[in-house]
Design a protein around this ligand. Structure first.
Ligand SMILES: *[C@@H]1O[C@H](CO)[C@@H](O)[C@H](O)[C@H]1NC(C)=O
Ligand SMILES: *[C@@H]1O[C@H](CO)[C@@H](O)[C@H](O)[C@H]1NC(C)=O
Ligand SMILES: *[C@@H]1O[C@H](CO)[C@@H](O)[C@H](O)[C@H]1NC(C)=O
Length: 406
C-alpha cells in the first residue's frame, strides 16, 4: 500500500473557523505563548545550581529537559559559576504538589521546585519555562474562545490578567494542561481530544517558535511567523517565495492557520485578502483569521545557516521547518512543501502547501497537498523548506573570533 493509502487521518468536510485572537496591543508580535511580564535572561542564558534534594535520576530527567530546549531553541541552561549573581536553584520538595517556581528572572537566588511525586520530564520542562516568562496557555485571557469549562467543576482555572497571549492558540503547548478535565476545560474544537502534556512531553512547535521570538534566537531558529493582518514593511521585506511565482505572476509565500478541526497546517498566503489558502484531504479552506505568514529576518543565508527548498527525498526531518500538526492524532506533523502541480485542465501551476510526516515513517508523505484549483490537488513531486547550518563556516567564524581576541 502506498503511504497515501495507509493514512488513517479521516476526511473532514469543513470550513475554517474564524477566530479573532484578542491580542490587544501586541498584535505586531506573533507566536503562541502566554507571556508573563518580567525580566528575561540576557541572551537566553540561564545559570542553574542542582540542589542536594535531586537524585541521580532527577538529574538525568533535568538533563533531558535542558536538551529539549537546547535542540529546539537558543535557550542555554548552564551550570552556575563563581561569578554568577543570578541563578536558579533546582530542587525537589516534599511539600509541593506539581511544582512551584518564580516567574521570569528575579535576580540573585531563585528557586524552581518539583513536587516529590511529580518528577516527570513534562513537569521539569514546564517548570523551567516559568523562569523564562512563560505562563499557561489555558489561562490566556482569550482562552474562552477555545475552551469550554465543565459545568460541574468546582474550581475553574483563573485567567492570567497580566500575561500577554500571542499568536495561534496552541492546544499542544507544554503549558497547556491535560484537556477534558476540570483543570483546563473542554476544547471548543470538538476534534481536539488531547492537549498539552498528553500530546508529548516536550516543547510543541509553536512553543519553540514563541521562545525563539521572545529571546531573539538566530541561525536556524530565526524564522518568525507573523500575523497576516498586521504585517509591517520589515515583515514584508522578510517574506521569501524562493524565486517561485504562480502563473499569474504573484510570488508564493507560505502561511499557517488553524483549520476547523483544530489542526494548524501550512498553506499559501493570499496577499489581497490576507488569508491563508489551505488544502486538506482534497478540500480547500480559506482561513481569514488567525493567519500567520512566514518571515525570515536577515535573509536566507545568515550566521552560517541557510533556509532553502530541498527535494522531498533529500530533506531530513532535523532540517525541515515544522509548521505544527494534526489535531488529535499527534503522530502527524506538518511541513511546508512547494510543487509544480499538474492541473486537471492539463496545464500546470506552482504553489506552496502542506506535507505530512507520520511518526515512525521514514521520510515525508507520498504526496503534498496544494491549494490550487477548486478543491486542491496532490503533488507527488515536491520540495520541502529546510534550514541547515554550515559547520565549516561555523568553524571559520570561531577561528576568526579567536584570532581577533588574541
Ligand atoms: C515541609 O514542611 C514541613 C512542615 O511545615 C517543614 O518542616 C519542612 O522543612 C518542609 N520541607 C521542605 C523540603 O521544605
Ligand atoms: C470531527 O468532529 C466532527 C463533529 O464532532 C465529527 O463528525 C468528525 O468525525 C470529527 N473528525 C475527526 C477526524 O475526528
Ligand atoms: C505531473 O505529471 C507528470 C507526468 O505524469 C509526472 O511525472 C509528475 O511527477 C507530475 N507532477 C506532480 C507534481 O505530481
Amino acid at each position: 500500500m502506498s503511504p497515501q493509502h495507509r493514512r488513517t487521518k479521516p476526511f473532514i468536510s469543513g470550513y475554517v473557523l474564524q477566530i479573532v485572537i484578542v491580542n490587544l496591543f501586541f498584535y505586531h508580535v506573533s507566536h503562541s505563548l502566554n507571556i508573563s511580564p518580567g525580566e528575561r535572561w540576557p541572551n537566553g542564558v540561564v545559570k542553574y545550581k542542582l540542589h542536594d534534594s535531586l537524585t541521580l535520576k532527577d538529574m538525568e530527567t533535568m538533563k533531558s529537559a535542558f536538551s529539549d530546549y537546547h535542540t529546539k531553541t537558543c535557550i542555554r541552561f548552564l551550570p552556575w559559576q563563581e561569578k554568577d549573581v543570578d541563578f536558579i536553584s533546582l530542587e525537589i520538595n516534599v511539600n509541593i504538589s506539581y511544582y512551584s517556581g518564580q516567574t521570569c528572572k528575579t535576580g540573585g537566588y531563585q528557586y524552581a521546585r518539583i513536587g516529590e511525586k511529580n518528577r516527570e520530564l513534562a513537569y521539569f520542562i514546564e517548570l523551567l519555562g516559568l523562569a523564562l516568562c512563560l505562563d499557561h496557555e489555558h489561562k490566556r485571557i482569550d482562552r474562552d474562545e477555545f475552551l469550554g469549562l465543565h459545568e460541574n467543576c468546582e474550581t475553574i482555572p483563573t485567567k492570567s490578567a497580566l500575561s500577554i497571549p500571542r499568536g495561534i492558540y496552541d492546544y499542544r503547548s507544554q503549558w497547556h494542561w491535560t484537556c477534558s478535565s476540570c483543570k483546563s476545560g473542554q476544547p471548543k474544537f470538538s476534534n481536539v481530544t488531547i492537549c498539552g502534556q498528553t500530546v508529548n512531553s516536550g516543547l510543541s512547535v509553536l512553543d519553540a517558535d514563541g521562545i525563539n521570538d521572545l529571546y531573539n534566537c538566530q541561525g536556524c531558529h530565526r524564522h518568525r511567523w507573523r500575523p497576516a493582518e498586521s504585517l509591517t514593511h520589515a515583515d514584508k521585506a522578510n517574506m521569501y517565495s524562493f524565486g517561485i511565482f504562480a502563473n499569474d505572476g504573484t510570488p508564493i509565500y507560505p502561511c499557517r492557520a488553524m483549520v476547523a478541526t483544530g489542526s494548524v497546517i501550512a498553506g499559501r498566503f493570499v496577499e489581497s485578502t490576507k488569508s491563508c489558502r489551505i488544502s486538506e484531504d482534497l478540500a480547500q479552506y480559506e482561513a481569514t483569521k488567525n493567519v500567520e505568514v512566514l518571515t525570515i529576518p536577515g535573509g536566507l543565508v545568515k550566521d552560517c545557516s541557510e533556509y532553502k527548498l530541498e527535494n522531498k527525498g533529500d530533506a531530513t526531518l532535523i532540517n525541515a521547518i515544522q509548521v505544527s500538526g494534526w489535531n488529535s492524532n499527534y503522530k502527524w506533523k506538518s511541513y511546508i512543501a512547494y510543487a509544480t502541480v499538474n492541473m486537471t485542465d492539463g496545464g500546470n501551476d506552482n504553489s506552496v502547501g502542506n506535507v505530512w510526516k507520520e511518526d515512525g515513517e521514514n521520510g515525508f508523505d507520498r504526496s503534498a497537498e496544494m491549494p490550487v484549483g477548486s478543491v486542491g490537488l496532490r503533488a507527488t513531486e515536491y520540495k520541502v523548506l529546510t534550514c541547515s547550518r554550515d559547520t565549516t563556516c561555523m568553524l571559520n567564524e570561531l577561528y576568526d573570533n579567536r584570532r581577533r581576541c588574541n
